[in-house]
Design a protein around this ligand. Sequence first.
Ligand SMILES: Nc1ncnc2c1ncn2[C@@H]1O[C@H](COP(=O)(O)OP(=O)(O)OP(=O)(O)O)[C@@H](O)[C@H]1O
Ligand SMILES: [Mg+2]
Length: 319
Amino acid sequence: MHEDLHPHGEGSDSVAQLIETGREYPAESLQTASNQIRLRCTSVYQRNWTRVGVGMAREPDSGESSRFFLKQNIGKNGLWHDNHWEYEQAGAIIAHKLFSHLVRVPALRYKNKSLLLNVFDYIDVVTVDEQLRSDPVCFDGSIASVIGKMVQVLEVMRQPPAEVLEKNLPVKHRSYGSPGKAVCFKGFDIRNAGFIRMDDGRLNTDDLAVFDFVRPYLAPIEEAAAKLFVSIGLLNWGKPLSRFMQGPDLMLLEKALLPMAPYMDKNAVQAELKLQSTFRTHEFQGAGRLERAIKRLGVDALGKRYLRKLARWCDRHIN
Ligand SMILES: Nc1ncnc2c1ncn2[C@@H]1O[C@H](COP(=O)(O)OP(=O)(O)OP(=O)(O)O)[C@@H](O)[C@H]1O
Ligand SMILES: [Mg+2]
């Protein structure tokens, strides 16, 4: 399969150890391999493409105990994503450097290559799509400011500093968009943004965290904008069924288009829609055949109609 069709790269059967609750794992600091920590895994959750968890460890310098976010590159189907482990690091390091003055980007702190494990500072985050489902009123009240912040991030991506351009990132030549080279990230998606929960349990809707940037590459800025825009159109995708059935929120798309208009290009959006459509109608992640079959049925019944509606709206409203 063409790598571009796959949001997370190809998988391999190579075997590493799965992280489990209650066990301890070593990890080394990014800069100096001699700086080691031992992480005690306190919870773990298998997602479609990654296995994530929480780990506690004593910091080598201060001796303080800290909480970390663990991310292992193994999918629900049991395939390991070796390349993705490196892309994850490259994306996290560049994004942290470029956007930390605008949004909270969790710092990548430690790694363990043999476990395909990356270790980030833990941030108590409620993602935008989780909030849409759990508290739609709060979502409505805060989404404009989220989009505003993401547009500021886009603006930084449009003109990357020399140190990023010098990194020999892959260059994607596209038939659309402006000629300049922006730094894009494969994971630039509204679902990878969220609000930070404060100590008293309330959400700080002024404090946006953005994570899961994954592979950085150079391409027209319109590609990054298209990724973000289409992901906003796909916020209703998935569970619960009632929301999935509604299809894209057209009022929200209108709201998003206003600040994003300077970065939008119809052909870039079409390309992203095609990618999402291929991916979502062909790739079904599931632990077993039954789970995959149910997902396939859902996409056949609702997903194709959803994608058609989104494509039609974009065709009519984006120049
Ligand atoms: N640094 C962090 N600290 C705490 N929780 C985090 C952190 N980064 C991400 N999360 C939470 O874990 C979830 C999964 O993380 P992430 O998006 O990086 O994984 P993923 O499996 O690659 O996601 P995707 O669904 O995009 O494939 C996020 O949606 C968020 O709720
Ligand atoms: Mg994610």
